[in-house]
Design a protein around this ligand. Structure first.
Ligand code: UGA
Length: 441
């Protein structure tokens, strides 16, 4: 099928590339000419394992093209996806200006009946606004072109996005028009072979499904962080508690890892946006607000442990930090817990020597040049001259350090493990003081 995707950000690029890979003829549009030129050369602007070779091979095969020409792109697609950003506005609600600008562009150029699909994460009711924006442009130029709208939220995880797209556990299609549903079923048929993963529902339910999924996952994390904070105070180990509850299939093993708080471009933004939507319809979403406030506090929990260890005497100390990205296998630092922690350390007068396998450039961009930050080339280099080590992102390469060497490298043998990736006994056996999350035993 001929597919057009507006937006070559994370979601748009993964969607376009994967749809091309299963044989569709895909055109991706972006207003950023530099980005489009780079993509045409096979250079991708994000770090996502497996994506770049797929972009190159599908581009070489002629199934995946990039352009700034919205008119020809709208002409190309039987199905047109809107996959542009919905950044949080000042009040936490999702800013729809980019989504609606694309809708108007589609309305200006649509000549044949088409299916318009919203893949951006958007508040309930947005599909109606997209419909109105397209219809308004069609009316303004006196065009009578039939079009259908669907909501088709994405559930990709950064770092595993290609796999998530190619092996979806569900494909949610929000549309009431049978023709639209049929089109999308055909589009996704290559990913829907062995058993039917397509869940069809009305548009508003599909829009809410996306927020509900992320809010539920964020709730599990904040819940565990809350229990961890209780565990710390009552002399229990949250890791034992996690094992004790995860085996109950009603609870499950996933997303019950306590840590330095959740970050990324989705959970923080989506939990706030859903609370905001609730408020707009007169409902006080107390649980969602608590999920958000527990997370905000959790991002500073390591700082509390550090302050306690040093009795508040932090100024002039140097901390080695392993990991800056909001999670492993990405260079993304949006809402990363490392940001809150580093600023708290700096505010207390400390210096930071940080290492992240992928987020060095991003960190440079986020923090700028500062005297109290050294971005190091390796995990070992970050230890040089540091008092203590803080681990904040659980990259695989941090998992089994040589603790004896670590002890020798640190001035003050202490380790703050923000992701509970080490066994306290092993660390302590090497003569290093250990602090984890919720490990009060
Ligand atoms: C999340 C969802 O997992 C995807 O299903 C969804 O499609 C995506 O948002 C989106 O809306 O686009 P992502 O933000 O890439 O994906 O990252 P996750 O792997 O979900 O991790 C989010 C944060 O939660 C990370 O900071 C991670 O460290 C933290 N986390 C995760 C925990 O603290 N504990 C856990 O048990 C799991």
């Amino acid at each position: 099928m001929r597919v057009t995707i507006f937006g070559t950000g994370y979601v748009g690029l993964v969607t376009g590339t994967c749809l091309a890979d299963v044989g569709h003829d895909v055109v991706c549009v972006d207003i950023d000419a530099g980005k489009v030129a780079a993509l045409e050369r096979g250079e991708i602007p994000i770090f996502e394992p497996g994506l770049e070779p797929m972009v190159r091979s599908n581009h070489a095969a002629g199934r995946l093209r990039f352009t700034t020409d919205a008119e020809s792109a709208v002409g190309h697609g039987e199905i047109v996806f809107i996959a542009v950003g919905t950044p949080p506005g000042e009040d936490g609600s999702a800013d729809l200006q980019y989504v609606l600008a694309v809708a108007r562009t589609i309305g200006r150029h649509l000549e044949r009946p088409g299916v318009i699909v919203n893949k951006s994460t958007v508040p309930v009711g947005t599909a109606d606004k997209v419909h109105a924006a397209i219809a308004g442009e069609l009316a303004a130029r006196g065009a009578d072109v039939a079009f259908g709208i669907a909501s088709n939220p994405e559930f990709l995880k950064e770092g595993d996005a290609v796999n998530d797209f190619m092996r979806p556990d569900r494909i949610v299609i929000g549309a009431t028009d049978a023709h639209v549903v049929d089109r999308l079923r055909r589009l996704y048929a290559p990913l829907n072979r062995n058993h039917d993963r397509i869940v069809v529902m009305d548009v508003r339910s599909a829009e809410l499904t996306k927020y509900a999924a992320n809010a539920m996952l964020a709730t599990k994390i904040s819940f565990m962080n809350e229990i961890a904070n209780i565990a710390e105070r009552v002399g229990a180990d949250i890791e034992n508690v996690r094992h004790g509850i995860g085996s109950d299939p009603r609870i499950g093993w996933h997303f019950i890892y306590p840590g330095a708080g959740y970050g990324g471009s989705c959970f923080p933004k989506d939990v706030q946006a859903l609370a905001r939507t609730a408020a707009q319809v007169g409902y006080n979403a107390e649980l969602l607000q608590a999920v958000e406030s527990v997370n905000r506090r959790q991002k500073l929990h390591l700082m509390e442990l550090i302050t306690r260890h040093y009795g508040g005497d932090i100024a002039g100390r140097t901390f080695a930090v392993w990991g800056l990205a909001f999670k492993p296998n990405t260079d993304d630092m949006r809402e990363a817990p490392s940001r809150a922690l580093l600023h708290a350390l700096w505010d207390a007068g400390a210096r930071v020597r940080a290492y992240d396998p992928e987020a060095r450039d991003e960190a440079q961009h986020v923090f700028g040049e500062r005297d109290d930050l050294d971005l190091c080339e390796s995990a070992n280099a970050a230890l040089a001259g540091a008092d203590a080590l803080i681990v904040i992102t659980e990259w695989k390469q941090f998992r089994s350090p040589d603790f004896t060497r670590l002890r020798g490298a640190l001035r003050d043998a202490v380790l703050f493990d923000g992701r509970n990736i080490y066994h306290p006994d092993e660390v302590e056996a090497a003569g290093i003081a250990y602090y984890g999350i919720g490990r009060g035993r």
